[in-house]
Design a protein around this ligand. Structure first.
Ligand code: IMP
Ligand code: ZN
Length: 343
């Protein structure tokens, strides 16, 4: 399935020649940081919104979907989280959640030139009047497991705003399902970077680790995240990090000595304005130190990108991209593959 992209990734891609595009398409790639509800193709969301009767969907939901269709412009990252209630209103029962998941998987994995060879999709178990959190994860897994394990797996996300009880329940669901042989490979910590108390999650990460689940944490995503919080999160010995944009020297040293892979989402950082321009992106620092990195999309729906679009940002010449060589880009793709939690 081809992805309609727009913004920095599309501009970068348009600047590449046919051989560079063919190189990106042929490169074996892993997508390790994709949030389910942030990656639903807009066409599928529109169909779902259209099919619901007026009584089932509000003007606010229709307006939210229309906004996503037109392309969102964010002044800062906190505005980003307001986009989700409209999406959540649509993926609120197992049938529509499965349908959305199927469309996300197809977007990444289907077609002659799929966006990636392997997808580790992540999602936050949500309780609604029509499903419990266990139903939620089972519904998503039913779709993920339609693909072989070499192609797709699931990470269960904890939201920074969760209470300790809800976080415990989510980790327990992940642990039980893994024990049943279902394809849950990790636990993520995500959500509004300015919310929550990170001390709440310590015991849950320990339980998850003991169960053999990989741990990936959104960390230091904004300049408002304190150094204390960052060091606290690093003390949980994560297996991967999301963004890691604002690490101080102490944190950088710890991350480099532990060789913890960093999931880098270029369009997401630019559009949420946590990185002002590509030139200043922390990817360069980690590249120079040959530190493991995985190039990822984060949320293809609001950021209107694709994994191949993110690779185009690596290859396009400055100022449209980072101007990396094919050798460097291949190395990054290999590092992404090597950082998988699953098969
Ligand atoms: P879901 O977990 O499938 O519902 O995917 C959407 C959710 O992922 C959002 O409500 C946020 O909690 C989380 N999320 C998506 N992108 C980001 C990000 O860049 N930083 C932190 N959390 C995010
Ligand atoms: Zn994310």
């Amino acid at each position: 399935m081809s992805s309609q992209i727009s913004g920095p990734a599309a501009t970068a891609r348009a600047s590449l020649n046919a051989s560079q595009i063919a190189f990106i398409e042929a490169l074996p790639k892993a997508e390790l940081h994709a949030h389910l509800n942030g990656s639903i193709p807009i066409s599928e969301l529109q169909k779902m919104a259209h099919e619901l009767s007026d009584a089932e969907t509000s003007d606010a939901v229709q307006a939210g979907i229309a906004k996503l269709k037109d392309g969102v412009v964010l002044d800062e990252i906190s505005e980003f989280f307001n986009l989700f209630p409209a999406i959540y209103a649509l993926t609120s029962n197992p049938a529509r959640l499965r349908r959305a998941t199927r469309a996300v998987l197809a977007q990444f994995l289907d077609g002659l030139r799929p966006q990636c060879d392997y997808l580790e999709l992540r999602s936050t178990p949500r309780k609604t009047p029509e499903m419990g959190r266990m139903d939620y994860v089972r519904a998503v897994l039913d779709e993920v497991e339609r693909y072989p394990k070499e192609r797709a797996a699931l990470i269960v996300s904890l939201d920074r705003r969760m209470t300790a009880d809800v976080a415990r329940e989510c980790v327990e669901i992940a642990r039980l399902l893994k024990e049943e042989g279902r394809r849950v490979v990790g636990i993520d910590l995500c959500g509004d970077p300015k919310a929550g108390d990170m001390g709440t999650f310590s015991e849950h990460f320990s339980v998850a680790k003991r169960a053999g689940l990989g741990i990936t944490l959104h960390i230091a995503e904004t300049s408002a995240n304190s150094d204390e919080e960052t060091l606290q999160l690093l003390s949980y010995a994560p297996d991967r990090l999301g963004h890691a944009t604002f690490l101080n020297d102490e944190a950088k040293t710890a991350v480099r000595s532990a060789k913890t892979p960093i999931e880098i989402c270029l369009s997401s950082n630019l559009l949420c304005k946590t990185v002002v321009q590509l030139d200043a992106h922390h990817l360069r620092y980690y590249l120079e130190h040959d530190h493991p990195i995985a190039i990822c999309t984060d949320d293809t729906l609001p950021f209107r990108t694709s994994l191949q679009g993110e690779y185009a940002l690596l290859m396009a010449l400055p100022p449209l991209g980072l101007g990396l060589s094919e050798v460097e880009v291949r190395r990054l793709a290999e590092m992404g593959m090597a950082a998988r939690f699953g098969a």
